[in-house]
Write a new protein. Structure first.
Length: 337
């Protein structure tokens, strides 16, 4: 096991909030007519967003917010739907509930048409991620056992083995879980157990981050794991050496090339997303925030009346998505751009 990264940075290195106006404006993405709340799950570099609009009770509808055309309800199988990811081609993946009341993995084409992602022998399934080649990963229950699945661009399924595929890279590697293990499948379907732990994020190289017990770790595609420190919770990582998360309720960024780390803000704060340009998005107190490569912090404007804003996504061009929470329990999907 590689030597642990040394987390030895004084509190004086914490970057204070800047006083200048935020360059990004907040936009309420709204809900479908008659629905009560919404959440944003993923955004692509064109600014198209996938998420869910919720009605009364447990009713939910997968939706897509196109950059200039607003919210669109995605097709269903007569009942609820859920969307979890979108790729650069505006293909959205998730699930649709069938007439039998079971979850069926689906993808929605750019036109909004629904395509069922079949798995022979499966009684239920969910799609969690899609790459820009329209290859999808997720999980299917076969004979009562959850199996990780990879669907090619034509919808043909390959069962990878026990577990759940959560992230798929551009080269069709899959990162996911199997029981209590974090695992990786290469493009040929060969499985590698990375650790017994919790998966929290992955990048386009197939590297992953998460926790083993109370310790934050990074699992590179090649080489031994890197220990980020006791109490660390890494949530995301780039393809070029940056990892973000939190330590002791402080937003934190690690340079895994040099083996150093530093807090980005005082507690309570958290860094949840980072892109390959080095932009970090997260929260400071009850506000959403971003940090640039130099660590300069910008608090993002919020929706009027909201008690808290959380970040759920960040595009490579710097647009941020999240959720505004209100005191009456409702939520609104938001984007900062």
């Amino acid at each position: 096991m590689r030597i642990a990264l040394v987390v030895a940075v004084a509190a004086a290195l914490i970057v204070p909030a800047t006083a200048h106006a935020a360059p990004l404006a907040v936009e309420d993405l709204g809900t479908l007519p008659g629905d009560l709340r919404s959440t944003a799950a993923d955004i692509n570099d064109s600014g198209t967003i996938a998420g869910v609009s919720y009605g009364s009770g447990t009713t939910q509808h997968a939706v897509r917010w196109d950059r200039f055309d607003g919210i669109r309800k995605l097709a269903d199988l007569g009942a609820d739907t859920w969307a979890g990811a979108i790729n650069g081609n505006n293909v959205v993946v998730g699930y649709a509930i069938t007439s039998a009341g079971r979850a069926q993995a689906v993808k929605w084409n750019p036109s909004g048409a629904l395509v069922q992602l079949a798995v022979p022998g499966a009684t239920s399934s969910v799609a969690y991620d899609v790459n820009d080649g329209n290859v999808v990963t997720g999980t299917a229950t076969i004979n009562g056992v959850a199996q990780a699945v990879l669907w090619d661009s034509l919808g043909e399924a390959t069962v990878l083995g026990a577990g759940s595929g959560r992230h798929v890279t551009g080269a069709n590697w899959v990162v996911g879980t199997s029981g209590s293990d974090v695992v990786r499948w290469n493009a040929s379907g060969v499985r590698t157990v990375l650790d017994s732990g919790v998966l929290l994020g992955a990048n386009q190289l197939g590297d992953a981050v998460g926790t083993v017990g109370s310790t934050g770790v990074q699992w590179p595609r090649s080489g031994a794991r890197t220990v980020l420190g006791a109490g660390a919770r890494p949530f995301d990582l780039t393809d070029n050496g940056w990892t973000v998360g939190e330590v002791s309720s402080q937003a934190y960024r690690w340079d895994t090339v040099s083996g150093t780390g530093a807090p980005l803000a005082a507690a309570p704060s958290s860094a949840v997303r980072v892109n390959n340009s080095g932009v970090v998005a997260g929260t400071v107190g009850t506000s959403a925030a971003t940090w640039d490569m130099a660590g300069t912090q910008t608090l993002l404007p919020g929706l009027s009346g909201a008690m808290r804003h959380n970040v759920s996504g960040l595009s490579e061009v710097g647009q941020v998505i999240g959720v505004a929470n209100f005191s009456n329990g409702t939520t609104r999907a938001v984007v900062w751009r």
